[in-house]
Design a protein. Sequence first.
Length: 129
Amino acid sequence: MILSVPFAESITLENQIALLRPLQPLDYQYLENFAMFEPDIWQFSLVPVSGKQGLKNYIEQATQAKQNQTEYTFIVFDKSTQTYAGCTRFYNIRPLQNEQHQDLNIFLNFSLRFEFLRPIFTHFFAFIR
């Protein structure tokens, strides 16, 4: 079975707890407080986020990486609090190898526990197969 990330599509992953949708430049407004007041969640980020300019750089890099088909970044909406909780991304996406599989990694940046995302990721992998 070949794994292929559909970069041209707007992937939405959802369960009863959270909704993940593609990160867009206009999402800056939903993440600004995290960039300004929760620096710890960005500690291990692939792109350093420090303040407003750091967040702008993060979103620009995520947008470019999706166009380059190396990353797919989502904004996470917590349905229980009706607020945005941060970001997650599939990154280090490598092209199909020997028509067997495509590799990717998952990275999380948000202030809430992330166990609730496991069913969403399971759904994603079922979706792209």
